[in-house]
Structure formats: C-alpha cells, structure tokens
Design a protein around this ligand. Structure first.
Ligand code: ADP
Ligand code: MG
Length: 755
C-alpha cells in the first residue's frame, strides 16, 4: 500500500536510478508523482480521421504507417513518414531527425499530434508532430493476454494523458502513464480529506482521490476544452488544494504577527503638526489615504506589518517619512533600509532635505563607510542620538543595537516575495542571505527613556510611563515599486496588509517612449542636445546586470568618454556606477541634482530612487536586454516634472523575439500595473516573483495567472477557517486543516514552524 509520503522509488518500475532522475524533476514522493500532471491530453477515443483534417488545426490522428525514410536536402537531412487511412494520406516531416531511421514499420498504428498544414502541392502534412507508436503496445504488456490488453487500454480508445518526457527522453509519456496508473491503483484508498466539509461545499470540490484519478485518467465524457484549460473538477480540486494551504499558512502567520506586542504610537496635535510641517507640496488623495492607513496601524498596540505599493513616482518616499515622524515624535528610532547603497544614499539625501530642516537627526549607515565612521554612527544609534537611521541591509547584517527602535521601513523596490521573507524570518539567528533581507531581524536594544530635550509631549508622556516588560516588536512598513496585480499581491504579501498609492502627483505629462535602432544614434544625440539647450537634463543608461560585471562597466566608461569628448564636448557629462566610492557617488548625484551635470551616464544603479524632475530624457542602451519591470523602473526616473519627457530605447539589429515584445510593451504602455501583467505573461510567475532565485519550488499545479479566481477563493476560505468554529465548521476540522497545512509548508517550503 502506498501512502502519499512514500518515497517514489517504491513504486513498481522505479528503482534507485530512476528515482534519481525523478528527483531532478522535483518528484520525490508518491504525492509528487501524482501531482506530475499531464500537460495535455489526446483524444484517442474520437481521434480525427485523416479525411477530416483541415489545415491550421491542432489535431490528434491515429493512422497506419505506410512508409518512412530519410532524405537529404542541401541544408539538412529530413525524415519523412507517411501514414494512411484507407485512401487518405498524411505526411509527417522531422528535420535533422536521423535518429528516427528504422523506428517505424509499415502496418504499425501511430498516434500523431501536431499542427496540420498543407504543403506546396496542397497535400496535408504535419511538421515535427509528437508521436507514439501504438503498434507494439500489445507486445509490451506482459505475459498474459489480459495484461497485454490492460496495457493497450492505457494507450488507445480513451482520452490519454500526455506527460512531458524527462531523463533525456528515457521517461516517456507512456512510461509515466503506467507508473502513475500503478501508483493510483495501489494508493491507500482511505485518504483523509484535510479540507473541511464546509469549504468543500462552498466550492463543490471532489474528493482528493477522485481528483487524482480523473486528472490523469479522465472519463470518456469529460469536456476536452476543460481538460486542456485545467478546468475540470479534478483540476480545480488539486489547484485549490495547493493555493488553499498556502493561503491558510499566510493567514495564520498574519494573525500571529498581529497577536504580538507592538508599540502603540500616540498621534496628538503636536505629532499631526510635525507631519504636516515637512510637506513641500499638497499630498495627493492617495497619499492622504495611505498615511491614514499607516497611522491607524501605528496607533494599535500590535506590530504593523504593512506593504506600501505604488508605481514609480507615485510619491512613496514622503509618506514613509511621515510615518517616520510619527515614530520619532513618540521618542522612537526609525530604521530605513534600502536594497542598494546608492538608493540608501538617495534616501539619505532626500531625508536631509526634507527632515533635517525640521530638526530631526539622521544618519547614514552603509557597508562602505570607514571603520571609524561606522563605529561612531553605531554609537549614535545605540545612544539614541540618531533618530532616523538610513542604510542598506548591512543595518541588520551587522546586528546594530538600537536604543529604542519603533519603526522599520524597508524599501524593497522590486525585490519581493513572501516566501523569501518567511524563509528569512525562520532563520533569524543566521545572517540573512542575499538582498531580499527581512526586516524582522532587527535587533532591538533595551528601551531607555529618550534623552533628547527636543521631543514632543507625546514622547515625554510615553517616556514617563514604565517600560513594558517585553520589548515590543517594531512596526514594519515595506515599500515596493513593483505594481503587482491585486490578487497576486494578496498572495505574495499575504502576511501583510496592503496600501496602494494609485494616483500620481499632479502635473505629470505622460512619457513618450520610442524604440530606436543603434544606427540612428546620431539623431538621438541631436535630440538630446536640443532638450539640453532648453535647460533640461538627460540620463544615458547602460545595462549592467551584476554591478560587478567588468565588461559592461567598461562599456559604460567608454560611452561616457565618447559622449564627453566627441559628442558633447561643451557639456558636463558625469558617470555613475556601483563601484564608485560613496563620497564620489553622492557628489555626482548632487551635481546632477543641481543641474551642474547635464548628462549622466550610468549603469542601472539609478534604477531606484534617484529623483531629478528636471531630467526629461532617458536613453537606454541595449534596452532589449533589460527585463520589463526594470525598464519601467528606469523610465520612472523621468517624467517627474511638468515638462514633457522622452524615453529612448536603443537596440541593435538583432533583437530576440522576447526582447522585441518587451520593447513594444514599453512603447505602448505607461501604466505600471499593465506592464507588470505583461511581464508576468512574458516571464511566467516563477521568474516574475523571483521564487526561482530563492530556491523555492514553483507551484506544482497552480498557475498564478490562470488561477486568479481560485486564489481569491482560497484566500476567502482560509480566512473562514482562521476565524474559528461555526455551525458548519468544527474545531476538529480546523485542527485537521492546520495540521495538513503545517505538513505541506514544511515539505514544500521548509517552513515547518509557520503557525
Ligand atoms: P516613488 O514612489 O517612486 O518613491 P517619490 O516618492 O520619489 O516616488 O516621488 C516622486 C516625485 O514626486 C518626487 O519628486 C516627489 O517630491 C514628488 N511628489 C511626491 N508627492 C507629491 C505631491 N503630492 N505633489 C507633488 N509632487 C509630489
Ligand atoms: Mg522612491
């Protein structure tokens, strides 16, 4: 008897060697194997007859081999197979397929699948069809007649599942059919259903057992369209399962976070005044709304866990600063973390412009500070002199001691992912990995009464109260500039509350974007010269995927030299890249900000944060090499003032098909949400969400784009469970669902302790 958790190597026909091949595919257990779903189905119950075939359709054909052979053209060898039904013929061609020689015998039955076309003579053909030779299935079945018949019945006269081959083609669809069939037949028939009856009822879910059987072996009457689009009841049950247990974990996580002790910040008139005082402009309605959401959270005695989402240029920074003021005015420190050093510097720069005037004490703490300076800064932080601490994730990595940390602001930009965050939370005692670092590891020093005389009444009031016995968890505000479609955000950030800045500050004119081939560079530089003559500034961006990439850096340097010496000898052309020392970077940024540099050549370090409203042109070299999200981020650096802005996407002659699609998407869209959706489509959810980099397996059966509705349903049902027992939901059912959730999380994400 097989259990879902049984190692796959105990399935008949799989030994240790094949188990290894399967492991490479992420198939380790019987459960994994049963979730290796067919990627399509062939209708071998009602296959198309050759006579009915029409050019242009995708078709499954079962026919008899008439003849086959290899012929050589000047360019390549081509293998040709002709099959027939009665007098009707169908030709199949495979290019470079010498390996097919001798595979087909006249008289064999073959199943073919592919796109039907007509050749030059008007004859029907399929180029490179997928095929299975059915002629020998009776031979493979085993000793007895019955066994032979049973084996054959898996291949013909029904809807047949087609699996992706693997193991260099050794594990064929046919192989999977048999293995999975055997596993299903020998699976423990009493599988409990961890999904409560009420939830099953809401969604009319079939049992897990039925789902597994029918997703592999659909009934003859099943809708073929539903099968192909993964919309049969069997598919829906499996997809829902996957999404439901993730949402359940997130929902629980979220509730637990809320149950911890946080700081209840006070917002009185003095605080309100302080928030207003720093505003250099009227906030947008969206900014006001979002600040209110944040402030409300901050006033509760629970830790805030909020995501602030807003397209580039939507004005997140000022809202974050306002939140910072609430904390500071209450006598707490604020840590503001950025993913890159340049961005930290940029935030530091704007913080000084906006907050220092108001008397707040701000420090910058980054990895590249000199040792002495670092020690100094740390002392200021530990003693509570520094109120707003801006830095990179070095802030957490180096275990900074805060005197009284109340709020952590994390600018994630486009690095995100709930899985990453949860994973990092799990190992809070180890140094965080990579840059998706979690805010939750900030070491909180013991809370002392604030020392400064400059604090507001609220702070004084707060300080005079006895310190709470447990150190409260700081509030956390995560900012992301990646617009994520709402339903997806619910999942990615399922552990956070979400605020959205969905309105751009007034007075922006849409950016005009053009894709221009490299040979027209001279025109582009003419255009740049004209814009500069009008008093505007220009960015020229070079792709550097890794900031350390030597060659690209050279290219940027060379570009800089060429622009400075040859093309714009009378202008100031600056160069900015990640390798410059912090002082130089800050100086160059300041010069650009003040308009002393007219053209700034840079690597993608300016992608984030830089804010120069007078810059109206951005020329992006090799634009086709950038990802869509990144292009959009880059473009967000312009169009920040009232003047019309232009984004020029330079590209060579040879642009990949996908590169071209990205360029087109940029030219035709300004809306970050739209672009995010296109990006998601182009890259697939795995890459889009960065789960691949995080070493987290992507979904087994769910597809976040296709299954948005199920995702919403899963979230709804998860909340229903977490809300507690009702007349239709028993305590035992809740316990069983939570137990199953923990088991799955630990298996899939190594997050056993969630919940
Ligand atoms: P992002 O959301 O990309 O971080 P920023 O916070 O950098 O956006 O804001 C983009 C630009 O818009 C900045 O120049 C900022 O000063 C300006 N800005 C923000 N809010 C407003 C507003 N309400 N009215 C006018 N300008 C604003
Ligand atoms: Mg910003």
């Amino acid at each position: 008897m097989l259990e879902p958790s049984t190692a796959v190597q105990y399935v008949k026909g799989i030994g240790p060697r094949l188990a290894e091949v399967l492991a490479a595919k992420g198939i380790n257990t019987v459960d994994d194997l049963l979730h290796y779903l067919p990627f399509r189905y062939e209708d071998r119950l009602n296959p198309r007859s050759v006579a009915e075939l029409r050019a242009g359709e995708m078709a499954t054909v079962i026919a008899e081999v008439r003849n086959s052979g290899l012929f050589r053209t000047r360019r390549m060898p081509i293998f040709q197979l002709t099959v027939g039904q009665g007098r009707n013929r169908l030709k199949c061609l495979w290019f470079n397929a010498t390996y097919l020689q001798g595979r087909f015998q006249p008289g064999q039955m073959v199943a073919l699948y592919g796109k039907v076309e007509t050749d030059r003579d008007g004859q029907l053909q399929i180029i490179q069809p997928q095929f299975e030779i059915l002629g020998d299935i009776y031979e493979e079945g085993g000793a007895s007649e019955a066994e032979k018949k049973a084996a054959a019945s898996l291949e013909i006269g029904r809807i047949v599942p087609i699996y992706e081959s693997t193991g260099q083609g050794r594990l064929t669809p046919r192989w999977f059919r048999r293995i999975i069939r055997w596993a299903l037949e020998n699976l423990n028939p009493d599988l409990p259903d961890p999904i409560p009856a009420a939830v099953r009822g809401h969604l009319r879910l079939v049992s897990p057992r039925e789902a597994l059987w029918k997703v592999h072996w659909p009934d003859a009457g099943e809708s073929f369209a539903d099968l192909q689009s993964s919309r049969t009841p069997a598919h829906i049950r499996l997809i829902f399962d996957e999404l439901f247990f993730i949402e359940l974990g997130l929902e629980l996580k979220r509730r637990e976070q809320k149950a911890q002790t946080g700081v209840a910040f006070q917002i009185n008139d003095a605080v309100r005044q302080a928030i207003k005082k720093i505003l250099p402009f009227h906030p947008t309605t969206a900014q006001k709304r979002v600040l209110k959401e944040i402030a409300t959270d901050m006033q509760t005695p629970y830790p805030m866990r909020r995501l602030l989402q807003g397209d580039v240029g939507s004005g997140k920074t000022i809202v974050a600063f306002q939140a910072a003021i609430i904390a500071i005015e209450n006598g707490y420190q604020v840590a503001f973390m950025a993913p890159t050093e340049i961005l930290a510097q940029q935030h530091y720069f704007s913080a000084r412009q906006i907050l220092e005037k108001a008397g707040y004490r701000i420090v910058l703490l980054t990895g590249s500070l000199e040792q002495d300076r670092k020690r100094d800064v740390r002392r200021h932080i530990a003693q509570g002199n520094a109120q707003l601490i801006i830095g990179t994730h070095a802030l957490i990595q180096d275990r900074v001691e805060f005197e009284r940390l109340g709020l952590v602001i994390v600018d994630e930009q486009h690095r995100f992912g709930v899985m990453q965050r949860l994973k990092l939370m799990k190992k809070s005692d180890e140094a965080p990995v990579g840059t998706g670092a979690s805010p939750f590891q900030v070491r909180v020093g013991r809370a002392f009464p604030p020392t400064s005389a400059e604090q507001s009444e609220a702070a004084q009031a707060r300080a005079s109260r006895p310190p709470s016995p447990a150190t409260p968890e700081p509030d956390v505000l995560v900012m992301t500039a990646t617009p994520i479609p709402r339903t997806l955000a619910l999942t990615l950030y399922g552990d956070l509350d979400i605020s959205v800045l969905d309105e751009l500050p007034p007075g922006r004119t849409p950016i005009v974007t053009r894709a221009v081939p490299d040979e027209r560079a001279a025109d582009v530089w003419d255009f740049v010269a004209k814009q500069i003559a009008k008093g505007h500034q220009t960015y020229v961006v070079y792709p550097v995927i890794e900031e350390t990439e030597e060659r690209e850096l050279k290219a940027a340097e060379q570009m800089h030299r060429q622009l400075r010496e040859k093309i714009f000898p009378n202008l100031h052309v600056g160069l900015l890249h990640g390798r410059l020392d912090p002082d130089t970077k800050e100086r160059i940024m300041r010069e650009f900000q003040r308009g002393e540099i007219e053209i700034l050549v840079s690597t993608t370090v300016i992608e984030v944060g830089v804010d120069v409203p007078n810059a109206t042109v951005m020329v992006i070299e090799h634009a086709d090499r950038f990802g869509l999200a990144q292009l959009h981020q880059l473009r967000g650096r312009i169009g920040r003032g009232a003047a019309k802005s232009y984004c020029v996407l330079m590209h060579g002659n040879k642009v990949s098909e996908e590169g071209q699609r990205r360029l087109d998407a940029m030219v035709h869209n300004n809306d970050g949400f739209k672009i995010a959706e296109l990006d998601l489509e182009l890259r697939g959810p795995g890459d889009f969400f960065g789960t691949k980099q995080a070493g987290i397996p992507s979904f087994r059966v769910a597809n976040l784009i296709r299954d948005r509705e199920l995702l919403e349903a899963a979230k709804r049902e998860a909340a229903f469970i977490i809300a507690g027992p009702t007349a239709e939901l028993s305590k035992e059912e809740i316990a069983r669902a939570l137990k199953a959730m923990r088991a799955r999380w630990s298996l899939t994400y190594g997050l056993a302790e969630v919940g």
